[in-house]
Design a protein around this ligand. Structure first.
Ligand SMILES: [Cu+2]
Length: 731
């Protein structure tokens, strides 16, 4: 009777808690108001709505749940049952994934893979038992909604909580740019984000002028010889980093000198954060929701989608210590202030030494685009190659600084797998920076079959990162043990950061049913197709599954266009492309008959891991008034058909060292043409040079100054059209 009464009480109370959070409007529910009790069904109602936010002085679109960003903190006690209603008040569909939770497959919340998408104006009920404890989070798994506000903390208390106060800190990244534009710009390899970062910190663009100034001219030349654009540790420029949805958060209600457990969640879409505490060591006590044996550190990096619980000491009265979270690219930071009073900040991290990083990357990069591991067995974040870029390491005060790595994580309990046969898989993480294609074994999710696994067996994954970026690889619905030298006490995780050139081994017991996603948790890498799907054999059919819609993410085409409005004519191009295909149109329109006009359309296919080869077929139209008797010949002695050409053509482009592009083609008139082009040479952070010469004895050279993300000022000389200057608009 008493249990029934309690259950009834909680049934009534839970919505009231949700209601209370709603009234907070914009503030995260982080204070430790939660009261645990006997096992119960805890009910939450989450209302997803479009909203407008103003973080930077400009009003921008976002998604709010119960009127707030981040979404409300959901709290449970191990043994409870979660009953969560998602009220989708958007005009578009949504979904919620419970990150790190062990639950029935159809509750996992990956739309069209495990769970039906939540259609506009409908309500979806999630219901699952809470069989674990720890620090987790939840987020939309639909498109790019996570970037625009759909992430929240999911805290599961132990049945007997330790007698230490706690505070939840949810970190996130915010961009004023619409997430679809972010994705499109990444795909189009514009370096607008580098220019933006370069306004805050020097050297990000790594132009020739910056290289010469830094004494790194030959580093820059080598970099381009090896066909790389530049060096960076993160892809996207963010306008703000947030602690519980604010520029900074404050945990001021603890007693002086007391220890407090911070539950830190990286709910960002693509940002790694360096964490440092101005009040001494941080003691790491849990990772990805699982307890680890306490390990004190001075600093640590938290990958996108990871969680860490750390214990810190609250300062004596009238002082506040800073837990500083600085983005890995060090453009900005956000803070949690612990204690109230005079602020004792952590020292800001100095800007990265980008050319040192470029030099290191040059050393690692082979001419074929693969990384050279130089015989080093790197793993578990133990050797941070990026350290060459950290100026603070040359400071003698930092010599005995302890930085967390995965080899230091030890489970307090044995994590050995059941005695069962192993299925071993080798995944090489692959990518093409220049085209922002991300894959595993050079294939995207849509280009591969699901990977069959059998209930009862153990699965071992050997991951090797052959790309230039680190990736937080996340497995749904399971914990894997990371083979880190701790033997039977290897730690359990659900998200593993793997640095370039590292090899890490994970293993998990196949104990579930259904299909489970394994993917990079950098949102834009996942959308590009960096993942795989594990499929339990002999599972019941899932009526919610529509694989075509799952595959649509990485098959998506992106559009780009540019037009130069110049004094001597008008030229431009429009491109539509996805992972392997490209459709493009180019035009050049003179203002008189003598200059004429020309247009070309192509269908292109990218070939190979680095996509340096691109065969194409197309059509070509040209008109130009020639003087009577005037005949131009190309280098092969063939008469030119520039005056009147209507031809089909076939050819290929190939990217050479120095990022020069060779274009060879032949048309249906039998005319051959070879061209050599180089676009976008970064002279200064905003000044770009482009050149072209071909066997039709045409040549072009131009300069463009990038003014805004959509506009530049340009000047060029063209052998047909002469000198021209104007503005370039690009989309
Ligand atoms: Cu990734």
């Amino acid at each position: 009777m008493k249990i029934l009464f309690t259950a009834l009480f909680l049934f009534i109370l839970a919505p009231a808690i949700a209601q209370h959070t709603m009234a907070n409007n914009g503030r995260a529910n982080t204070a430790n108001e939660y009261k645990s009790g006997p096992p119960a069904t805890r009910i939450y109602h989450l209302y997803v709505k479009d909203t407008m936010v103003n973080y930077t002085g400009k009003m921008k679109m976002a998604y709010a749940v119960n009127g707030q960003i981040p979404m409300p903190t959901l709290e449970f006690t191990e043994g409870d049952t979660a009953e969560i209603y998602i009220h989708n008040e958007l005009n578009t569909e949504t979904s919620i994934h419970w990150h790190g939770l062990i639950l029935p497959n159809e509750q996992d919340g990956v739309p069209y893979l495990t769970t039906a998408a939540i259609k506009a104006k409908t309500v979806h009920q999630y219901k699952f038992p809470i069989v674990q404890n720890g620090t987790y989070w939840y987020h939309s798994h639909t498109g790019l909604q996570e970037q625009a506000g759909m992430y929240g903390a999911f805290i599961i208390h132990k049945k007997t909580p330790p007698p230490i106060p706690e505070y939840t800190l949810l970190l996130s990244d915010w961009t004023d740019m619409h997430p679809h534009q972010v994705e499109r710009r990444l795909k189009m390899a514009t370096d607008w984000f580098s220019i933006q970062k370069g306004r805050l910190k020097p050297g990000v663009v790594q132009s020739y002028a910056e290289a010469i100034k830094a004494g790194h001219f030959s580093t820059k030349v080598t970099n381009e010889w090896k066909r790389m654009e530049a060096m960076d540790v993160s892809d996207v420029y963010y306008d703000r980093f947030h602690a519980n949805g604010q520029d900074e958060a404050s945990a001021g209600t603890f007693k002086a000198g007391q220890k407090v457990r911070l539950r830190i969640i990286n709910g960002s879409s693509s940002t790694y954060f360096w964490l440092r505490y101005s009040g001494g060591k941080m003691e790491v006590v849990a990772n990805d929701g699982m307890d680890v044996e306490p390990v004190p550190v001075d600093r640590m990096i938290i990958a996108t989608a990871e969680t860490y619980d750390v214990v810190v000491t609250v300062p004596e009265d009238s002082t506040a210590f800073e837990l500083q979270a600085t983005s890995e690219d060090r453009t900005r930071s956000t803070s949690l202030w612990v204690g109230t009073g005079k602020r004792l900040p952590a020292k800001p991290l100095p800007p990265l030494k980008y050319f040192e990083g470029m030099k290191m990357m040059n050393g690692m990069m082979k001419m074929d685009g693969n990384l050279n591991d130089m015989g080093m067995k790197m793993s578990l974040q133990q050797m941070d190659m990026n350290a060459v870029m950290y100026p603070e390491l040359s400071d003698s005060a930092n010599q005995d600084m302890v930085t967390l790595n995965y080899a230091m994580l030890r489970s307090p309990v044995k994590t050995t797998l059941p005695d069962a046969p192993f299925k071993e898989l080798k995944f090489t993480l692959t990518g093409n920076m220049n085209r922002y294609v991300w894959s595993i074994n050079n294939k995207t999710v849509s280009e591969t079959d699901k990977i069959p696994i059998r209930k009862g067996e153990n699965v071992r994954i050997i991951l090797y990162n052959n790309s230039m970026m680190r990736h937080p690889m996340h497995l749904h619905g399971h914990f894997f043990r990371v083979l880190n030298g701790q033997g039977d006490h290897s730690p359990l995780k659900n998200t593993l950061d793997i640095m370039p050139m590292e090899t890490d081994t994970l293993e998990f017991a196949a104990t579930e049913y259904g299909d489970w996603y394994f993917h990079c948790h950098i949102l834009y890498h996942m959308m590009a197709g960096m993942g795989r799907i594990f499929e339990y054999e002999n599972s019941p059919a899932n009526p919610a599954q529509e694989m075509k819609k799952v595959y649509a993410d990485d098959r998506m085409f992106h559009f780009m266009a540019q037009n130069d409005f110049a004094s001597n004519g008008n030229d431009g191009e429009a491109v539509l492309q996805n992972t392997r295909w490209r459709f493009d149109a180019e035009w050049r329109l003179g203002y008189n008959d003598r200059h004429g006009y020309e247009g070309e359309v192509h269908v292109d296919r990218y070939i190979g891991q680095m996509q340096r080869l691109m065969p194409y077929i197309g059509a070509d139209w040209r008109y130009r008034k020639m003087e009577t008797g005037e005949i131009e010949k190309n280098l092969f002695g063939q008469a030119n058909t520039k005056d009147e050409r209507r031809a089909l053509c076939a050819g290929f482009q190939y990217t050479l060292p120095m990022l020069a592009v060779l274009d060879a083609r032949i048309d249906t008139d039998g005319k051959a043409r070879l061209s050599l082009m180089r676009e976008d040479v970064r002279i200064t952070p905003r000044l770009r040079l482009g050149m072209m010469v071909n066997t039709d004895k045409e040549y072009m050279a131009g300069l463009r100054y990038v003014v805004t993300k959509f506009m530049g000022i340009s000047a060029h000389y063209d052998s047909d059209m002469g000198f021209g200057a104007g503005i370039t608009l690009n989309y």
